[in-house]
Design a protein around this ligand. Structure first.
Ligand code: UDP
Ligand code: MG
Length: 325
């Protein structure tokens, strides 16, 4: 097998605090891999600036001028982690044999990258980085993540347990990924659907090197909700089921109420009526809301809007120009 050209894709949103260190560590890894002849020259780190409002882009630009291992693209605004990552993958796949994605904050262990590449040499198309422990995360984050993975599994969406977006993908896996054109993309759910031979590499997740998490609770919830509703119609089935159950139970209650009335001691009334009104009202609202959620998804998908817009592309001086597509 020929030495592969590797691109490491790093989505960045307001990461000026951590970026210099990230650049240092990642280029260091690349240099070592090249010395070991595990990857070809022309391998590089591709930073994706996801519409940062701090000096992130400046740092990337400066570095790319003096460091041939560093290049970058700048999105025209903040598109969110998943789409930034996708923009990076789509860009990288044109001139790479394999691509590794990693967060900018150095929570994922960069020394696992070597193992990823070794797995690639062994013939794996997809290598998942799996967290051995999550001690560095808060109790809350761990609990919600655990719950989320379990729930997804129950719904039949096969996400890799304790794997975030730290993974290697071969060119052909990436080409398959390009055929999934949904706007609300949830990479962790899609990648296992691609098939191909895959392997896992375990590592310890660390504290964020610097800066703050860009995933506050609200974003986490919407991420989880997107993940669930773009892969499964189980929630809608569940509501239908509850609806039938409620109908059945209230029919029995109705027969009972009628019987009480016919037998003459009819003082029954207010409480049960109020309770059932609220109960049914709640159910209806819940059902409508959920259906609305799916209709919203359909609405977003049928528009077929572009998922990201690249404003600028940097080119490392050492690399040949990208072929125009
Ligand atoms: N990120 C991004 N766009 C966003 C939010 C985050 O590109 O809108 C990047 C961020 O810079 C980081 C990665 O996605 O490299 C993961 O974000 P973060 O570390 O904040 O998430 P956490 O590890 O807390 O889940
Ligand atoms: Mg992080």
């Amino acid at each position: 097998m020929q030495k592969p050209v590797l691109t490491i894709v790093v989505p960045c949103y307001n990461e000026e605090d951590v970026l210099p260190e990230t650049i240092k560590q990642l280029t260091n890894v690349l240099e070592h891999l090249m010395e070991e002849h595990l990857i070809a020259g022309g391998s590089k780190v591709l930073f994706v600036d996801d519409g940062s409002r701090d000096r992130t882009w400046e740092l990337i630009e400066q570095e790319s001028e003096r460091n041939p291992l560093v290049t970058g693209i700048k999105l025209s605004r903040n598109f969110g982690h998943q789409k930034a990552l996708l923009a990076g993958l789509e860009t990288a796949k044109n001139d790479s044999d394999c691509v590794i994605s990693i967060d900018a904050d150095l929570q994922d262990d960069v020394s696992a990258i070597r193992e990823f590449v070794v797995k690639y040499w062994e013939g794996y198309d997809i290598v998942y980085g799996v967290r051995r422990s999550r001690d560095a995360d808060t109790w809350f984050k761990r609990a919600t993540a655990q719950w989320f993975y379990r729930f997804m599994q129950k719904l039949g969406v096969h996400v890799v347990y304790n794997h975030a977006d730290f993974r290697l993908m071969s060119k052909r896996a990436l080409e398959e990924l390009s055929r999934y054109t949904e706007v609300n993309i949830f990479l962790r759910g899609i990648v296992p659907l691609l098939g191909f031979r895959s392997a896992k590499v375990f590592y310890d997740r660390k504290e964020r090197f610097a800066g703050q998490s860009k995933y506050p609770l609200k974003k986490m919830l919407s991420f989880a909700f997107d993940g669930i509703t773009s892969f499964s119609i189980a929630p809608i089935r569940f509501i239908t089921f509850i609806g039938f159950l409620a109908f059945f139970l209230s029919s029995i209650a109705g027969i009972y109420a009628l019987a009480v009335k016919l037998l003459g001691h009819a003082e029954s009334g207010w409480t049960s009526i109020i309770i059932s009104i609220w109960f049914i009202g709640g159910l209806l609202l819940m059902g409508i809301g959920l259906i609305g959620e799916y209709i919203g998804k359909i609405y977003q998908e049928v528009k077929r809007r572009p998922r990201f817009t690249i404003e600028k592309t940097l080119r490392s001086p050492a690399l040949p120009p990208l072929s125009k597509k």
